[in-house]
Design a protein around this ligand. Structure first.
Ligand code: ZN
Length: 345
């Protein structure tokens, strides 16, 4: 019987300076060809060991093999022109990004993440989680010159995500998580069709299925956006009811240092909840006591058997040593919470 309060990261971890530029969302690689392929796996191994040493329960690849959490997938999709990227305001114009263009029907060129998923499976005995971008977030991170219909394009991508997700499951992945930060920006669309597109992406999976919905990486544009959201962030209120009714089993949300009213977690009744107990927008490393306190606040609204302490979001743009400290704080805080809140009789 696995212990309660199983810990894991949301997804990404900083890349070592020998692999790519650091502290950037779209860093340039420092090597090419076979040397780059090897360097990605070396960095993955480093973070597998670091997560295990920190004491995390569920292990990820830290997204060391992809330049960016969305574009890593898109690079293996036909019908996308990466040669002629355009600048587009994404997440409702919150910040500009250089995005590729969809110019023809999309199809997978082959497997996307087979190498790193099998490598991860081969190098840890823990449960492993693998992340994919969600269909709605993909649609928000490309320029559409072909479908001219957001929903149709989202379902086209959902079919490709499903193809890769089924293959990842066959590679031995225990938990497949789709990242949907766009849900928190387009709440009505998320409830109207985003959750359905997500379910299409997860269709037929027998492993655990999860979705991560956050307020973004700790970059300047996001920090400023959060400041504009007022004293109560109620975005989750508009999307959790649709998710609660969905077939997705686990929901990852931002909580630590956020203005999310904790009682919104009640809207996820019946789901596993990955509660963000580590702030990724601050370089201050939480103490285990702070982490345990945050878990305690979430416990008022999430049953202990369904509570999974997690980071608020990915840590890709952070300092490597800060991220390492936060992994340890997460594991130690969860251990303290087990002592405090679990009945051992
Ligand atoms: Zn996130």
């Amino acid at each position: 019987m696995p212990q309660d309060f199983q810990t894991c990261i949301a997804g990404s971890l900083p890349k070592p300076a020998w692999l790519s530029e650091t502290r950037k969302l779209w860093p340039q690689w420092k090597a090419q060809g076979p040397e780059l392929a090897q360097a990605k796996l070396d960095a993955t191994l480093l973070w597998v060991k670091a997560q295990e040493d920190a004491g995390l329960s569920i292990i990820g690849d830290g997204e060391q093999s992809r330049q960016h959490f969305v574009h890593g997938f898109l690079e293996r999709v036909e019908g996308i022109d990466f040669e002629h990227k355009v600048t587009m305001g994404i997440r409702d114009g919150r910040y500009d990004a250089e995005v590729p263009q969809v110019v023809a029907p999309v199809a997978l060129k082959g497997r996307v993440h087979d190498v790193e998923a099998r490598f991860l499976r081969a190098h840890t005995r823990h449960q492993i989680k693998f992340t994919l971008p969600g269909p709605m977030t993909i649609v928000d991170t490309v320029a559409d010159r072909f479908y001219r219909d957001k929903v149709a394009m989202a379902f086209a991508f959902a079919a490709l995500l499903n193809q890769e997700a089924l293959a990842l499951q066959a590679d031995g992945v225990d938990i497949i998580q789709f990242d949907e930060p766009a849900f928190n920006v387009y709440m009505k669309d998320a409830a109207d069709w985003g959750v359905r597109a997500l379910e299409r992406s997860a269709q037929g999976l027998g492993c655990v299925t999860a979705v991560h919905i956050c307020y973004g990486y700790g970059i300047k544009a996001n920090v400023e956006w959060k400041q504009s959201l007022g004293t109560e962030w109620r975005q989750y209120e508009a999307i959790f009811p649709a998710l609660a009714k969905s077939s997705i089993q686990r929901v990852s949300l931002e909580f630590c240092h956020s203005h999310v009213p904790p009682d919104l977690m009640k809207l996820l009744d019946g789901k596993d909840v990955m509660v963000g107990v580590i702030d990724v927008a601050s370089a201050a490393v939480e103490t285990p006591h702070e982490v345990a306190d945050t878990i305690g606040r979430a416990l008022q609204f999430v049953p202990k058997a369904k509570l999974y302490p997690c980071t608020n979001c990915g840590m890709a743009p952070m300092d490597r040593n800060v991220a390492l400290g936060k992994l340890q704080a997460l594991a130690q805080g969860a251990a303290l919470a087990r002592e405090r809140y679990l009945d051992r009789s």
